[in-house]
Design a protein around this ligand. Structure first.
Ligand code: ATP
Ligand code: MG
Length: 356
């Protein structure tokens, strides 16, 4: 029976890399009933929103979606469509594996780590107050009255909610993932020495959850030290579990360890819905030129096939990507540049997909 998948091409380089991804997936012979639906700036005029109801319905119906990146234009009053999708379906786990490939153009050969990023809380919850909002002065006064050091009344404020529930389920997800995928260690990343309430609680919960998984090694690391450690010796890391903001930043850092944003796949997983997408954004600077690297999107599709139980096809895609990069004759400009300092001799997005 064909698997139902909702396909959201997105904007910027989205349509190009999702077209490339789809050809690669279709070449595996796995039967997929693609339901293509559009979201983003291009549909606002027709539907009055960048995320129309029928797109949500398509994802709900298929339970599995793969998407290209979507830019939300500044000043339209809409928050990120990517964030809205994660919120709507409560896709609380963002999983981003980073694996070295021969010929990926990076400085490292032995990176094999997985980022598990919390997707719904933290400073990205979007609870913000502009400077000049009278409530800011009021909060400042309340803090002062409580005898604590307060902040200037002309501040802008972003709240950082981190919950017990949210921390428990993301750390549990990381340990379950580690067990399922034969990983040996989970590292909780935080800044608990400074943010004692939020990150301190997150760390305490992580330690409690870790006790229930004695078969998996556990440690914790401060986020700044983590960044240095990743650059000096990325092979020290295995599964990392991070609150939303650190997870976002460290994801891009880790993408850089394995050849850049064009290489790093990802999945947003909830209780019964999963949305797969590359780590990178819509890269408007290179959109429409057939030069974007579709590897991240193609490897996201491999994660999706694993999720659908099509493990043979998923492995075939990973092997094909690895072989194409290792051979190095037909790679995109970003990889050529990393390898040789110039994009000369690169092939286009679709030609690379053909090679894969
Ligand atoms: P957004 O606002 O949607 O995040 P952005 O401008 O931040 O978009 P990103 O996709 O986050 O764009 O990437 C930053 C830069 O990295 C891009 O401008 C592009 O030059 C490069 N880049 C990102 N993805 C790819 C890719 N798949 N192939 C090649 N280069 C890429
Ligand atoms: Mg970006």
């Amino acid at each position: 029976m064909a698997h139902k998948v909702a396909l959201i091409p997105g904007d910027g380089i989205g349509p190009e890399i999702t077209a490339a991804m789809r050809r690669v997936v279709d070449a595996t012979g796995v039967e997929i009933e693609w339901n293509t639906v559009d979201a983003g700036a291009g549909v606002i005029e027709e539907y009055g929103t960048p995320l129309p109801q029928h797109v949500l319905d398509a994802v709900e119906d298929a339970k599995v979606a793969i998407k290209g990146p979507i830019t939300t234009p500044v000043g339209t009053g809409f928050r990120s469509v990517n964030v809205a999708l994660r919120k709507h379906f409560d896709l609380y786990s963002c999983v981003r594996p980073c694996l070295s490939q021969p010929g990926d153009g990076s400085r490292y050969e032995d990176v094999d780590l997985v980022i598990v990023r919390e997707n719904t809380e933290d400073l990205y919850a979007g609870i913000e107050f502009d400077e000049g909002d009278p409530r800011v002065a009021e909060i400042s006064r309340i803090v002062e009255e409580s005898g604590r050091k307060t902040f200037r009344a002309d501040s802008a404020l972003s709240l950082k909610p981190i919950s017990i529930t949210g921390s428990q389920r993301i750390v549990e997800y990381a340990f379950e993932y580690a067990r399922r995928c034969g990983r040996r260690k989970v590292t909780a990343v935080h800044k608990a020495n400074i943010m004692k309430a939020t990150d301190g609680m997150y760390l305490r919960i992580a330690r409690e959850v870790a006790e229930r998984y004695p078969d998996i090694e556990f440690n914790d690391k401060i986020v700044d030290a983590t960044c240095m450690g990743l650059v000096q010796n990325p092979a020290d890391f295995d599964v990392m579990v991070l609150p939303n903001l650190y997870g976002d930043i460290v994801s891009d850092l880790c993408a850089g360890l394995v050849g850049g944003l064009g290489m790093a796949p990802g999945a947003n997983i909830g209780r019964d819905i999963a949305v797969f997408e590359a780590t990178h954004g819509s890269a408007p600077d290179i959109a429409g030129k057939n030069i974007a690297n579709p590897t991240a999107e193609i490897l996201s599709a491999a994660m999706m096939l694993d999720h659908l139980g099509e493990n043979v096809a998923a492995a075939a895609i990973r092997d094909a990507v690895r072989a194409t990069l290792a051979e190095g004759a037909q790679v995109t400009g970003d990889v050529r540049r990393a390898l040789t300092g110039s994009a000369e001799g690169a092939v286009g997005t679709q030609e690379y997909a053909d090679a894969v």
